[in-house]
Design a protein around this ligand. Structure first.
Ligand code: ADP
Length: 477
């Protein structure tokens, strides 16, 4: 099997071969990937530094051309890339293809943005002087990504970084080197100059840490756990570098008595369990008013019973496996904690055996839970959701906001008054009305409040806040 190597300064560089294992079939090796070390990280950072002056001053058409070519290739290959994604991460094939398409659309969006760079010219308060405000590239950007969106998250960080003229050191999560390598390969062949994008597939504690410790990285964009996010922020403060963190969520979906039951159940099934619940925007807390509670739980349980949990690439699969043994252990640990805390497991939570050996877990639903329970405070990151019964809208809003996180917050209601009040008062970066908490557009800002995010928003035109720095120039005319 070919070894997929790291990309440093325009060259493919060897490293210890690590097998990429399919969580739907642990006998299957998706590919062999070279593990980078701390010295590779240092070389990659130096290459990105050396490439920065020329790339940041390259013509707009050079940047547009590369991003455009990458977009076209990703979109043309979305089925193949989606299958690779499903095989290495365990999302269903449909979800994998959807995510690959999204990556293509993101590159397409930022290809367009290269041609829309603009500044402002205004008069000075002092007569005879002009003031110009322009956006400039930040410099060398470190990009550290998690395993749950193996192609979309790298795309939504790499595309704006390159669009605005930065150079990149990209460290993907160890579990999903396949999609990361494919993006690097596509951009390399699309004509990126040497050193502009460097791929270092290594351990967080080694390569990631080497990036945090480097004085030569100007900005780090990170998505992952709160614990690692804290380290990224602390190390970045030490080096006075720009930082953007996307971390966890414990997202509420409020269901009010006046909700359309089918809509509410659809939102809960999709938001809590699709992608095996492994989304930072997953609705792990279902906050339900008492008038609809029993009907909602009965209808949701019926839907869960009918969900097909199987090999991610098999026709008809709705829920793929959990990503690996560690995550499965964590999910099972939380299911045990929930039971010990007195929550009622009304469905699921059992390990499942399928034709191929994989990390299959039946979606789990708890009822009779209190918001103070650990299963409602801590991010589980699996196909596990809790129902929290509340009296009325006011209590629902209080419970929804009573969390250290604030990424996405949803409500199902037919009341305009409650929907409007919720949009204004939900403590979250994103609010969904009659829609799942997960599933967002690629051309608008993504990010949260409180413990979920730190630094400027990602995606859409707001990405410029992080990937550029503003220069103010004065001219005596
Ligand atoms: P998850 O629970 O999603 O794996 P992590 O925060 O552990 O979350 O991982 C997210 C990304 O951060 C991964 O690419 C991982 O390798 C990286 N990472 C982990 N530890 C460190 C570290 N000490 N320094 C930098 N990056 C790290």
């Amino acid at each position: 099997m070919d070894l997929h190597r790291n990309l440093i300064d325009g060259e493919w560089v060897d490293g210890e071969a690590i097998a990429n294992i399919n969580p739907s079939d642990t006998n299957e090796v998706v590919g062999q990937y070279a593990r980078a070390g701390a010295d590779d990280a240092a070389k990659a950072i130096a290459a990105a530094r050396a490439a920065f002056p020329a790339w940041s001053r390259s013509g707009l058409m050079a940047r547009h051309g590369v991003l455009r070519k990458a977009a076209d290739e990703i979109l043309a290959r979305k089925e193949e890339l989606g299958r690779l994604l499903a095989r290495e991460e365990g999302k269903t094939l449909a979800e994998g293809i959807g995510e690959a398409a999204r990556a293509g659309q993101i590159f397409d969006f930022f290809a367009g943005e290269t041609l829309r760079l603009a500044g402002e010219t205004i008069p000075s308060v002092r007569p005879g002087i002009g003031v110009e405000m322009t956006r400039q590239a930040v410099g060398v950007v470190g990009i550290i990504t998690p395993w749950n969106f193996p192609i979309a998250i790298p795309a939504w960080k790499i595309a704006p970084a390159l669009c605005y003229g930065n150079t990149v050191v990209f460290k993907p999560a160890e579990l999903v080197p396949g999609c990361a390598w494919a993006i690097a390969d596509i951009l390399h062949r699309a004509g990126l100059p040497a050193g502009v994008l460097n791929l270092v597939m290594g351990k967080g504690s080694v390569v990631g840490q080497a990036m945090l410790d480097s004085a030569d990285i100007d900005a780090i964009s990170f998505t992952g756990s709160v614990a690692t996010g804290r380290r990224v922020a602390a190390a970045s403060a030490e080096h006075m570098r720009k930082v953007q963190l996307e971390m966890g969520g414990k997202n509420p979906l409020v269901v009010l008595d006046d909700a359309d039951l089918d809509t509410a159940v659809d939102c809960a099934v999709n938001g809590a369990f699709f992608s095996t619940g492994q989304r930072c925007t997953a609705s792990s807390r279902l906050v339900v008013t008492e008038g609809i509670h029993d009907r909602f739980v009965a209808a949701l349980t019926d839907r869960l019973k009918a969900l097909v949990v199987d090999n991610a690439v098999k026709e008809g699969t709705q829920i793929g496996p959990v990503v690996d043994q560690n995550q499965l252990d964590q999910d099972e640990r939380y299911i045990a904690i929930g039971r010990d805390e007195g929550a009622r497991l009304v469905f699921g939570g059992e390990r499942l055996n399928r034709e191929t050996p994989g990390f299959y877990l039946q979606p789990a639903l708890f009822t009779e839970t209190a918001n103070a329970m650990r299963i409602n405070r801590e991010e589980i990151f699996g196909p596990v959701a809790s129902v929290i019964r509340v009296k009325d809208y006011e209590e629902a809003l209080t419970v929804a906001n009573d969390t250290p996180y604030g990424l996405s917050s949803g409500i199902c209601t037919t009341s305009l008054k409650h929907a409007t009040h919720y949009k204004r008062n939900a403590e979250a970066g994103m609010v969904m009305v009659n829609l799942p908490t997960a599933g967002v557009d690629f051309h608008v800002p993504f990010g949260g409040s409180k413990g979920s995010s730190y630094g400027p928003r990602e995606q859409g035109r707001y990405a410029a806040e992080f990937y550029t720095t503003v220069k103010t120039a004065y001219t005596l005319a």
